[in-house]
Ligand binder design. Structure first.
Ligand code: HEC
Length: 118
C-alpha cells in the first residue's frame, strides 16, 4: 500500500511539472504584457494595433511564441531571456489564450445590415 502511494506521488509530481509549464498565470501575464510594452504595438487586449499583429488567441503554441519573441522575424524588437524569462512568457501565453477570439464578420450585426436592407 505504501508503495502504491509512493508511485502515485511520483506520478502526481511529474504531472504537475509538465503541465505546470503550459498552465501560465493569465493574470500575471496581463501585468507582464503591460509592463514590457507588448500592448503598445499589439493593443491592450492583443487585438493588434498600429504596429503589431493581432495576437489575442494566437495560433502559435507556447514554443512558437517563445521562439518568435526571442527572435522576431519582422520589425518587432527581440526580448531575451534576461528581459523576459520562459516562465514569464508562459504567463503571457496564458493571458493571450484567455482573451476573447475575434468575432466572425457574420456575427457583427452592423456588417450584415449593409447590403441586406433595402
Ligand atoms: C515595437 C512594437 C512591438 C512590441 C513592443 C512588441 N511587438 Fe510583437 N510584433 C510586432 C510586429 C510588428 C509583429 C508582426 C511581425 C512583423 O512584421 O514584424 C509582431 C509579432 C508578434 C508575434 C507573432 C504573431 C504571429 O501570429 O505571427 C507575437 C507572438 C508577438 N509579436 C508577441 C509579442 C509579445 C509577447 C510582446 C511583449 C513581450 C511583443 N510582441 C512586443 C511589434 C511589436
Amino acid at each position: 500500500m505504501k508503495r502504491v502511494l509512493y508511485v502515485m506521488l511520483i506520478v502526481r509530481c511529474l504531472a504537475v511539472s509538465s503541465f505546470g509549464q503550459a498552465n501560465g498565470n493569465a493574470q500575471e501575464g496581463k501585468r507582464l504584457f503591460m509592463k514590457h510594452n507588448c500592448y503598445y504595438c499589439h493593443g491592450t487586449s492583443g487585438q493588434g494595433g498600429r504596429d503589431g499583429a493581432r495576437i489575442a488567441q494566437t495560433a502559435l503554441n507556447l514554443q512558437g511564441l517563445t521562439r518568435y519573441v526571442r527572435q522576431p522575424a519582422g520589425s518587432m524588437p527581440a526580448f531575451t531571456e534576461k528581459i523576459l524569462s520562459d516562465r514569464e512568457l508562459t504567463d503571457i501565453y496564458a493571458y493571450l489564450k484567455s482573451l476573447p477570439a475575434a468575432k466572425a464578420p457574420k456575427d457583427i450585426p452592423l456588417l450584415n445590415d449593409i447590403g441586406t436592407s433595402k
